[in-house]
Ligand binder design. Structure first.
Ligand code: SF4
Ligand code: SF4
Length: 588
């Protein structure tokens, strides 16, 4: 019998599952605790469903520092009102903290988020307290049969289930983990939505139920469409707080003097850090998925938001080893922290690693700032303009001498409003034959070999094609200078992974302009996946009936042959092969 079981990410052991330790660095103990946490979530969701507590209030805005204790009419730290069933008023004061417990619980178990057994145990305790609170309230209130079906769950049942059921339940669970990340980032900006919240209860409960493959497939499609709403919610939260992104050049050299590197996806943490470092002589550099932050007017207005440090997550153990600055992780992807730089790493929110300093709900980043001042930064400007393509050397990246043929700056900020503001130009260029095809080359980066496919694909894409991109997979090619078409850069960075919402809006607008369906557009999605947000986005695209998506670098271990066949048959999902063969197939 295996010591643990996990196959949720692309780098899973032998392409089948991690059973004696995670390739990501997750220990057996941590993996099993994460299973216990998921089982506790299923148990809680059953209790909530049994309570009739499905009718949450409409979108509400909530202050971050809202009180822990919720009431039917107040908002909580995640901005969810407590009101549920009208005939159940005595048992309605659980909901905001329940939602927070579920969203954080799911997010914590996503890949490269939390390696800290203590933190996971505390989250299990929070979840169990929510369940007990709910159950005892229901016993005292007027809800009929409120406490039926509130049984516990053992994840061994799921991992040992029939291969196709396990596959579909895994799609559902991992997709919810991805959606929870987006819901979390929206919630810290006070945005919450009943449709999204309710689905967590429904989806988690379904994991513990006997469902047919058809029922589960339909639930995964429902999750995909709910995740579209969730990404829209996060888009509203980010653009509402920080404005619509605008094209912005981002430097890749580090100035002399103290600095902080901030990684992850949480723009609110970045905003707080910018405020707290103002006038202190400490510069801020983004890392990984924080790069698109430079495009937001309310963030770029800070002159000490200087540029971007390094490349995608999988290079962090090499890139962080000797930098004279602290690094703050606001979400994934955190790799096991090497001792040599552990005293310079800080985590916040759901991210945690044993022995690494954690900034709690106070969001007082003074220890990070003090560390930056103590370390002092570089004495001279330091260039970071190598290795974005994922290679170790300039030669690996197709360059020679001291350059990759790329500029010193990356350009971000091509979110939906920017692209749609030039929609007329784009449509005319397509009609005139100047633009032959669009590719959305996006998704996660990762450590396993084979991802240079995406670099080569972009390099080899003909000059009359445009590359839209998002998420950290773009570090494979976002420093390539592949020119412009009609004054527009051929590579347009639409943002983080959740900005797949922007890409969908652009695709729909183009389909309206050309009076055709999205599938009839000269557009192909070439996706790279690694972790669970990519699963949620893929389900969203499939739920929109977007066909013929190319996916790589390898297929998820949790998709069984039968389920893969079903997806291939229904949606034309296509594993990547070689850039040459795929370009030929797509463009003819
Ligand atoms: S997250 Fe990925 S690498 Fe880590 S244990 Fe799970 S499957 Fe293995
Ligand atoms: S896009 Fe995915 S792989 Fe990349 S940093 Fe974000 S969570 Fe990690």
């Amino acid at each position: 019998m295996s010591q643990m079981f996990c196959f949720q990410c692309e780098q899973t052991a032998k392409g089948t599952g991690c059973t004696v330790g995670g390739v990501c660095g997750k220990t057996v103990d941590t993996a099993n605790l994460q299973d216990n946490l998921t089982a506790a979530l299923i148990y809680l969701a059953r209790a909530v469903n049994a309570s009739g507590g499905k009718s949450l209030a409409d979108d509400v805005e909530a202050p971050l520092s809202a009180p822990e204790k919720s009431t039917c009419s107040s908002t909580g730290s995640f901005g969810v009102a407590g009101a549920i069933g009208a005939d159940c008023t005595d048992c309605t004061d659980h909901t905001d903290s329940t939602i927070e417990a579920i969203i954080n619980g799911l997010f914590i178990t996503a890949t490269n988020v939390n390696f800290d057994n203590g933190a996971i145990e505390r989250q299990i305790e929070i979840i169990n307290k929510e369940r007990v609170k709910l159950t005892s309230q229901n016993r005292d209130c007027s809800c009929d049969d409120a406490c039926d079906e509130t049984g516990g769950y053992d994840m061994a049942q799921l991992w040992g289930d029939n291969e196709d059921v396990r596959s579909l339940k895994s799609l559902l669970l991992f997709g919810m983990r991805g959606m929870a990340a987006y819901a979390h980032h929206a919630a810290v900006l006070g945005k919450s939505d009943e449709t999204v919240n309710s689905f967590f209860f429904k989806g988690l409960s379904a994991l513990g139920e006997n469902k047919s493959a058809d029922e589960l497939l339909s639930l995964t499609m429902e999750l995909g469409s709910v995740n579209l709403r969730c990404m829209e919610l996060l888009d509203e939260a980010n653009t509402g707080a920080y404005g619509d992104p605008v094209p912005t050049k981002v430097g890749r050299s580090i100035d002399p003097g103290p600095f902080i590197v901030i990684s992850g996806h949480d723009l609110y943490d970045l905003k707080l850090l910018l405020e707290q470092t103002e006038g202190k002589g400490v510069n801020i550099y983004t890392h990984g998925e924080m790069l698109p932050a430079h495009g937001y007017p309310e963030l770029k207005k800070y002159p000490h938001l200087k540029g971007n440090f390094g490349t995608a997550w999988q290079n962090q153990q090499r890139e962080f080893v000797d930098i004279p600055a602290p690094i703050l992780f606001t979400s994934n992807c955190l790799m096991p922290v090497k001792q040599v730089y552990a005293d310079r790493v800080f985590t916040t929110s759901v991210v945690s690693f044993p022995g690494v300093a954690h900034i709690g709900k106070s969001k007082d980043f003074t220890p990070v700032i003090d560390k930056a001042l103590e370390l002092g930064g570089y004495s001279n400007p330091k260039s970071m303009s190598v290795m974005n393509c994922g290679g170790d050397t300039l030669t690996d990246c197709g360059g020679s001498g001291n350059t990759l043929g790329s500029s010193d700056a990356l350009t971000v900020g091509f979110a939906r409003n920017t692209v749609l503001s030039v929609a007329g130009t784009v449509v005319d260029a397509v009609k005139a034959g100047a633009i032959r095809h669009f590719f959305l080359v996006g998704g996660c980066d990762g450590a396993k070999p084979g991802r240079n496919y995406y670099t080569d694909f972009v390099r080899q894409a003909p000059k009359d094609t445009v590359i839209l991109t998002l998420a950290c997979g773009k570090y494979r090619f976002n420093d390539l200078d592949i020119g412009e078409i009609g004054g527009l850069p051929r590579i347009m960075d639409m943002g983080q992974c959740n900005d797949a919402f922007s890409a969908i809006k652009v695709a729909v607008a183009l389909s309206e302009a050309f009076n055709c369906s999205v599938n009839e557009l000269p557009l192909t999605l070439v996706l790279s996946w690694y972790e669970q947000k990519a699963v949620a986005i893929l389900l969203t695209l499939l739920s929109l009936d977007i066909k013929n998506i190319y996916i790589g670098p390898s297929l998820p271990a949790f998709v069984s042959p039968n389920i893969l066949n079903a997806l291939v048959e229904k949606f034309g999902l296509t594993p990547i092969s070689t850039p040459e063969a795929d370009l030929e197939k797509i463009l003819g």
